[in-house]
Design a protein around this ligand. Structure first.
Ligand code: ADP
Length: 641
């Protein structure tokens, strides 16, 4: 049907989650089970108390209002009850009032404790999931599963909360009400109880039919919700493209289609409940009418109808009718309880499915210290394949079918050296550099920093020593100062300003009304591309890494800004080991070493002059770009930007 139903690594782990709800209780119960227990007990007391008034009413009718009968209550010895009529009256009034107070107080207690339990579990699960997700490998996020993760963090935790809050309490209510009322009816008059309860098996059967029929429709409805969410998310993030291509109507059409599907699937569920709810009421009505018929006949004729024997009091009869009414509501909840249970099971499967995804890029058990980094970098026969890494994540072995993206790459950079990677798009340049940051781990060979294999030191130590200046600058919603400080959260303001100056950002920042406190808006949309890049550069200056990765900006900024950025970058690279991806070869003329990559392999290496002399691929690239460069210089000389 939709792409969201394609298999992803996510599903693999989801399918392997055993008994997810037991696991939820085992992992998240301890420490807060007392809230759960208090809630359940309070709920029990509240339900039991609510059965008292009809019983008292029945007894009062027989003994006081119609006169002559005995004042008796089930399970209570008669000697405990008042003998005089006045005493019985006040006892009835007092007990009914007390019962309602008990119902009120205990309903409050169970509401508060069940809420505390459920919301506390939800909060903890949500944070745990998020923390777990933060540590997942980059491969996981390459599959663009953000919509899915959002659904787990929002909808699934909410389903768990609903289940813990409502379903458990409602199932207890169901047990107490159906069990308690059945017992009371039998104690009062077992013969009439048979008449009243004859509808109960039919109600259960009807409920069972409803659940079985509705389940596949629920599944379709849930899928339609997911489909609509994906659609909405996709449409919103592509807003710019939609506007520039005037495709608003097309997008509305797509969303309308997804929304209509949800509408249809929801109606399919509702149609069944239109049969179920009135059906339950009808069955309850039949039970009520049958009780009324048999009981009423019994009293009116003053003789037991049919095979029945003995007496029926008016009060008993009234109690019967009241309690019959009480039994329907909890029974009608059965389908909701089952639905919430199914939802919670599926949700906890998704939650634990996410939590069980193993991360491969992790700290070693016994990390070597990486201190006082000098910045020596060595690639030693490095090979890497995305497909093999992804397959490994789901426990598969591609057995030679992997698409190798980086193949046997070796080079060395002395502290302070600049090594440049050039080559056509898709040659593997970015991938080579991402391996140093351990965004992925190499399949073969090793990458060493100051002689340490990057897999033998803590991930955070490697990433702390390496600064990454990429083509895509990302700014978090927050102030400019927050964004420069990102990663070095304790940096004093003076250092932030210093870094901004070094990145040539200070000037434009101080021109803004709120200066460093200016909010950049989500994704930094309130700043121009060049400004965003300079803020990102300032962030790297503040990080002060020994090794620098430059994924050269190709994004269109005006020439003046580009020159400024180039100047800041030049200053940033001074004294640091720099690995740069260059598109404009003019920027890497001075590099100590240039590697030409093609299809993941190094096909040429040397400095600018040697490579020109060799007259190979680099020389061709250079010749092609030189024309452009001359043109650019001419434009600059004319004062254009
Ligand atoms: P370059 O930086 O030279 O343009 P890249 O390193 O970005 O090249 O990409 C090299 C190859 O790896 C390309 O074929 C690209 O499609 C593929 N690739 C890049 N990133 C991923 C990814 N996250 N998952 C799978 N394949 C990828």
């Amino acid at each position: 049907m939709s792409t969201q139903e394609d298999e992803t690594p996510f599903d693999e782990y989801r399918d392997e989650v055993d008994r997810p709800l037991s696991r939820l209780f085992l992992e998240y119960g301890p420490g807060r089970l007392h809230w759960f227990a208090i809630g359940m007990v309070a709920n029990f007391v509240a339900q039991m108390s609510s059965l008292l008034p009809p019983l008292i009413l029945g007894a009062a009718i027989d003994a006081i209002f119609t006169g002559g009968g005995e004042y008796t209550l089930p399970l209570i010895p008669d000697v405990w009850l008042p003998a005089a009529e006045a005493g019985q009256f006040w006892f009835s009034v007092g007990t009914i009032a007390a019962a309602f107070i008990l119902v009120g107080v205990f309903t409050w207690i169970y509401g508060v404790s069940a809420n505390l339990f459920a919301h506390d579990v939800m909060h903890t699960v949500r944070v745990d999931c998020f923390r777990k997700m933060q540590n997942l490998d980059m491969t996981f996020f390459d599959d663009k599963q953000t919509g899915e993760v959002m659904a787990v963090l929002n909808n699934d935790t909410q389903n768990l909360e609903m289940f813990l809050d409502n379903a458990l309490v409602n199932s207890l209510r169901l047990l107490v009400m159906v069990g308690g009322i059945t017992a009371i009816l039998f104690l009062l008059n077992w013969q009439l109880a048979f008449v009243t309860l004859v509808a109960i098996p039919a109600m259960f059967a009807f409920t069972y039919w409803f659940m079985v029929t509705v389940e596949p429709r629920y599944v379709r409805q849930r899928a339609a919700v997911g489909w609509l969410n994906t659609r909405l998310e996709n449409s919103l993030s592509g807003m710019g493209l939609t506007k520039t291509t005037s495709s608003e109507d097309y997008e509305v059409g797509r969303v309308r289609k997804a929304s209509k599907r949800l509408f249809d699937d929801t109606m399919a569920v509702l149609k069944l409940s239109y049969v179920y709810r009135p059906g339950m009421e009808l069955l309850a009505g039949i039970a009520f009418a049958a009780t009324f018929l048999v009981g009423g006949w019994w009293i009116m004729m003053d003789t037991a109808p049919g095979p029945m024997t003995g007496d029926l009091q008016v009060g008993e009869f009234v109690t019967f009718l009241f309690l019959t009414q009480f039994i329907v509501a909890p029974l009608a909840e059965v389908s909701n309880i089952v639905d919430q249970y199914e939802n919670a099971k599926a949700s906890s499967e998704r939650v634990f499915g996410l939590m069980d995804i193993p991360a491969y890029v992790t700290d070693p058990a016994d990390p070597e210290p990486l201190e006082d980094v000098r910045g020596h970098v060595e690639y030693d026969g490095v090979s890497f394949s995305y497909s093999a890494t992804e397959a490994r994540a789901v426990g598969e072995d591609l057995e030679g079918d992997e698409e190798v993206v980086v193949e046997d790459v070796s080079f060395e950079a002395e502290p302070g050296d600049t090594v440049a990677l050039v080559g056509p798009t898709g040659a593997g340049k970015s991938t080579v550099l991402k391996l140093l940051l351990r965004l992925y781990d190499v399949d073969e060979g090793a990458i060493r920093v100051d002689g340490h294999d990057v897999r033998d030191v803590c991930v955070s130590d490697v990433r702390g020593a390496v600064g990454y200046v990429s083509q895509e600058t990302f700014l978090f919603d927050g102030t400019i100062a927050d964004n420069i400080r990102y990663g070095q959260f304790d940096a004093p303001m003076a250092d932030v300003r210093e870094a901004a100056r070094a990145a040539q950002a200070h000037e434009f920042i101080t021109d803004l009304e709120e200066r460093y406190e200016t909010r950049v808006g989500e994704r930094g949309v309130k700043l121009s591309g060049g400004q965003r890049q300079r803020v990102a550069l300032a962030r790297t200056v503040l990080q002060d890494p020994e090794i620098l990765i430059l994924d050269e900006a190709t994004s269109a900024v005006d020439t003046k800004t580009e020159l400024m950025i180039q100047q800041s970058i030049d200053r940033l690279t001074e004294g640091r080991t720099t690995l740069a991806i260059a598109h404009r070869l003019s920027t890497i003329r001075e590099a100590d070493r240039i590697l030409v990559l093609e299809g993941g392999r190094v096909v040429e290496r040397g400095d600018h002059d040697t490579l020109l002399e060799a007259d190979g691929r680099y020389a061709t690239l250079w010749a092609a770009q030189a024309g452009n460069l001359d043109h650019a210089l001419e434009t600059l000389a004319d004062g254009g930007e």
